[in-house]
Write a protein that binds this ligand. Structure first.
Ligand code: SAH
Ligand code: MG
Length: 948
């Protein structure tokens, strides 16, 4: 499939500056130090330096994990930095400019490269290959001064790049690189190659003694014997992935040791992958050159790599190692982090254990980077929504998607943002308004709002394979006020879709396209399947294997918690008094937790993962379900425990860190996980934080007080609170004595209702005065757009900050239903005043440190990301006036927060409707059908106590 954009995108990528390139690869690990160099300008008078004329010059030292370089001097700091970056780029062989070599030219350069690598000058340079030369010159016997072919293939980036030009397949096939280099070496006049037994290369003719002395003039014997841990990935999917130990002594060649572990004849029979871990590591996969592929015949020793499909090698393909590295790996493989670095002559090494391995695997899963970045593998989940930057505790969705693409060796995803003209938005808005109004209600479009509205943005993303074939594209149906939000949200949509796919890798290909379309994703099945073929085949292989043997050695991809299985959380050992501060929807909650492996039979107690502080947004799906269910039943300072079944062994090992060793001795079949946690603090959602920071008493309190005043002034007997939430209004009412006898709350959130029930129950049971006046209190679960005849004809209805949580058409429907069917004598409705937002959002209030880009994105267009709309004063008043006229009520406008007389009016606008007396009688007389769609959640009656 031909696609236009990727070419330009690729070009753009290739003309990137060296500094940007270094940044891409190293991020903050690249350290630039500028040094000022005073230089006198020759003014024609020797010895006379006129200060004014001396210019400052700058030199830049760039320090990277594996090497440092120092630039020449420049008049501008910027140029010095770019120059240093360019030097590093060249040394490291990361190309910044496309080389326009033809394959033939590349071939000639490859042959010529040997005369550079095997020269006196090379010995006095700095290059990771020199470690291999030192070993070679130390060797006695017939391998003296010989370098294994694989070392050149792995450590000289230029050689590698040339091979890729000769054949792009070299990118993913170390064996092909191996064969090219071997061929080229034999064509070069500068080097000799072995004719029998191994793939060794050495210089034709002698080196100068000075060069040799310079090279060997470093003390390596001082290196103690070291043991390092490595991981073996067997060729067969059924074999165990396990750790073992390698031993290196000062004089020994590490490649020999690795070769021995792989039963290869010697170091020259090894093949080495590219770096598979962090860029600054030397983590690579080693395997021995497949025998079938390597044939020697005395004079024409050749490596026959069947480049097309490697059909003969297929059975030898190590699928797991190949998937991990994105290169073709054959036979058993060893993952080890060892090698010579640019910086120092000594050997660099680090342990690799099962945890390292499974974390690398986890980082290939769509949500893997999210879990890893939060260091909460058994707790964190990719959130279902991007609400605000300040609530997103990990790399941004866009960055996560880029990482995912890099991990799978796709091109960087291509985002295209489309700004939607404000006039178009206005037109669409008009249409929508018309559609969502109940028939007959021709509310004029607010012209102010339309003309002031900035353009909105829509974003599309394309994902392309390395061959520039389109794998999939996604264009979200949603539009956003900010470009930034549009990009993050579409990236999250794609990640979410991939996550779903990774959990059902056995899905038949035919089902894929429609599964994708359900999520706004258009995929190209052939290209898609080609890219994920290896993964799918590993997954299927493991599934078969798993059914035979019960350890879920199987996949990290599948092994999450089964939502159907673990839904009900049973809380054990709840501790601590109810502090009355609850994590609510949209709030940031900070907990500490520990996850322990327990067994039903044995006294096993192995700590797998724990954190002193872990903060997450409630209601955005950013943690496993069970944890959220648990936390939402606790208040600050309370702690609890719950258990879950075991996730996959892979995931467990990725989480387990240092204790992976202990785990391998435990039979996991009877084990489960125990989570224990404590709620440390709760940061209320943006809206509440704003309201608290700006108003005293807080706006929410002022609203409630406004309603309570109205209720108590009028000697009312019955009250229904529409959308009562956690019962803040009912709670305040019960603070003092009241004339009310019947109180009712309705909401669709059972969580909120449960909380309301707790609060009201404790108020009522503690206060005997209240017990005398309140005859009944009921909480219903139901939608306030549905009529329930049990709530008909109350003295007062309240609906505080609820309508903006409903779609606009639903809010309008509620207005009609409440005044035509519920018919309260008085109705109080409050909702935010949109015009007040700039005041709230402009001023910064004490928050976490945020950089400027982040700051701009924290301000969502409404006060709360759960708001579906916010109305201007005109919109609200128009709506309420029309409504009152239709249903024969009067209406008055008021508000809290700020002043009604000063622009832009109250922060919260309030309408108070009163039934017109003549209508009241008529309405009461009407014969109503009884309808009871609401479900009683909690009930209090005068004499009896509560029932659930
Ligand atoms: N009135 C409360 C809660 C406001 S938050 C207070 O002032 O504190 C908004 C509430 O409206 C939420 O609890 C939400 O669950 C509820 N809500 C939203 N749509 C609803 C609907 N259709 N029916 C009933 N409640 C609804
Ligand atoms: Mg609200």
């Amino acid at each position: 499939m031909e696609v236009q954009e990727p070419v330009t995108a690729a070009e753009r990528k290739l003309t990137i500056t060296p500094k940007a390139l270094i940044h891409q690869k190293y991020g903050p690990k690249a350290r630039y130090t500028i040094e000022e160099v005073k230089q006198s300008v020759d003014n024609g008078c020797p010895g006379l330096i006129i200060p004014q004329q001396s210019r400052s010059l700058y030199r830049c030292c760039l320090s990277l994990p594996e090497l440092s370089v120092t630039s020449d001097t420049f008049t501008k700091k910027k140029d010095a930095e770019q120059s240093a970056a360019k030097m590093a780029v060249e040394k490291l062989g990361i190309q910044s400019k496309p080389t326009h070599l033809t394959p033939q030219e590349a071939w000639n350069e490859l042959v010529a490269r040997f005369s550079i690598l095997f020269s006196d000058e090379f010995l006095s340079s700095s290059h990771p290959l020199l470690g291999h030369f030192r070993v070679a010159f130390r060797r006695v016997g017939n391998l003296y001064s010989m370098i294994p072919l694989s070392a050149i293939a792995a450590y000289d980036v230029k050689v590698n790049n040339l091979c890729k030009i000769i054949d792009p397949k070299a990118e993913s096939d170390p064996l092909l690189v191996f064969s090219f280099i071997w061929k080229a070496a034999r064509m070069s006049d500068s080097v000799c190659t072995t004719t029998a037994g191994g793939f060794w290369i050495w210089k034709q003719g002698p080196y100068s003694p000075e060069a040799l002395e310079l090279l060997m003039n470093c003390d390596l014997d001082s290196m103690d014997t070291v043991h390092i841990e490595a991981v073996r990935i067997p060729h067969s999917i059924e074999g165990n992935i396990e750790t073992f130990s390698l031993e290196f002594s000062g004089n020994q060649y590490y490649m020999d040791e690795v070769a021995q572990k792989l039963d290869a004849r010697d170091a020259s029979q090894l093949l080495v992958s590219r770096i598979v871990g962090k860029a600054s590591s030397e983590m690579r996969l080693y395997f021995s050159a497949p025998e079938y592929a390597v044939t020697f015949s005395d004079s024409t020793a050749d490596v026959c790599s069947n480049t097309d499909g490697n059909a003969s090698l297929e059975p030898l393909l190590n699928k797991q190692a190949s998937y991990l590295s994105g290169q073709a790996i054959y036979g058993d493989a060893i993952l080890v982090n060892v090698g010579y670095a640019w910086k120092s002559p000594g050997l660099f090494y680090e342990n690799v254990n099962l945890c390292t391995y499974y974390r690398m695997l986890l980082s290939k899963v769509p949500d893997g980077h999210y879990k890893l970045s939060r260091e909460a593998i058994l707790v964190a989940e990719l959130p279902t929504a991007f609400t605000a930057r300040s609530n997103w505790m990990a790399p941004l969705p866009r960055d996560l998607l880029c990482m995912f693409c890099r991990q799978h060796r796709f091109l960087e995803p291509i985002f295209s943002v489309q700004g939607i003209d404000s006039s178009e938005t206005a037109k669409e808005e008009c249409k929508k308004m018309k559609l969502t109004r109940p028939a007959g209600d021709q509310m004029p479009v607010d012209t102010d709002r339309v003309s002031d509205k900035p353009a909105t943005f829509k974003c599309e993303v394309k994902i392309l394979s390395r061959r520039r074939e389109i794998i999939l594209e996604c264009s979200s149906g949603n539009t956003y006020k900010k470009e930034f939000d549009a990009i993050q949200n579409v990236a999250l949509e794609v990640l979410t879709w991939f996550s779903k796919y990774f959990k059902q890798l056995d899905m038949p290909i035919e089902n894929l396209p429609s599964f994708a379309l359900d999520h706004n994703v258009r995929m190209h099945p052939i290209n898609f399947c080609r890219e994920f073929e290896l993964l799918v085949s590993i997954y299927r292989g493991k599934q078969n294997y798993n059914s035979r043997k019960c350890t879920s050695l199987g996949s990290i991809y599948k092994g999450r918690f089964d939502p159907n299985q673990d839904n009900a959380v049973i809380l054990d050992d709840m501790e601590g008094d109810d502090s009355g501060m609850f994590p609510s929807h949209g709030s940031l909650t900070c907990i500490n937790y520990a996850v322990t492996l327990r067994s039903k039979e044995e006294p096993i107690k192995e700590l797998i993962e724990s954190k002193d502080e872990f903060e997450f947004e409630i209601g955005s799906g950013s943690v496993i379900k069970q944890l959220e269910t648990c936390v939402s039943q606790l208040s600050v300072n309370q702690s609890a425990r719950f258990t879950t079944s075991l996730p996959s062994r892979d995931l467990l090992l990725a989480a387990a860190g240092e204790c992976t060793k202990n785990l391998s001795n435990i039979s996991l079949s009877n084990c489960f996980l125990e989570y224990s946690l404590r709620v440390l603090r709760v940061t209320e959602p943006m809206e509440e934080r704003l309201e608290q920071a700006f108003f005293s008493p807080p706006l929410s309190k002022q609203r409630v007080e406004f309603a309570v005043r109205h209720i108590n002034e009028s000697n009312l007997v019955s009250l229904v609170d529409f959308g009562c939430g956690s019962g803040s209004l009912l709670d305040s009412l019960l603070e003092h004595s009241t004339t009310l006898e019947r109180i009712v709350g309705v909401d669709i959130s059972c969580k909120a209702l449960t909380r309301a029930a707790k609060i009201i129950h404790s108020k009522l049971s503690k206060n005997s005065v209240l017990q005398d006046s309140i005859k009944s209190a009921v909480l219903y679960d139901g939608s306030i757009t549905d009529f329930d005849s049990r709530l008909y004809g109350f003295d007062i209805g309240t609906c505080l900050e609820v309508i903006e949580h409903m779609e606009e058409d639903q809010a309008c429907l509620f207005g009609d239903v409440v005044l035509s069917s519920f018919c309260p004598r008085i109705l109080v409705i409050s909702t935010p005043n949109y015009e007040y937002n700039p005041i709230l959002q402009k001023s910064s209030f004490p928050n976490k440190e945020e950089d400027s880009e982040e700051k701009s994105s924290t301000t969502c267009r409404f006060r709360n990301h759960d708001h579906k709309f916010e109305w201007t004063r005109q919109q609200f008043e128009q709506w309420a006036t029309d409504l009152s006229v239709r249903h024969n009520y009067s209406v008055e406008f008021s508000g809290v927060g700020g002043s009604g007389d000063v622009e832009p009016g109250f922060a919260s606008q309030i309408a108070v409707f009163r039934i017109r007396s003549n209508r009241a009688e008529e309405k009461l007389l009407e014969n109503r059908e009884s309808a009871c769609p609401y479900r009683v959640i909690w009930e209090w009656n005068h004499c009896s106590s509560s029932a659930v």
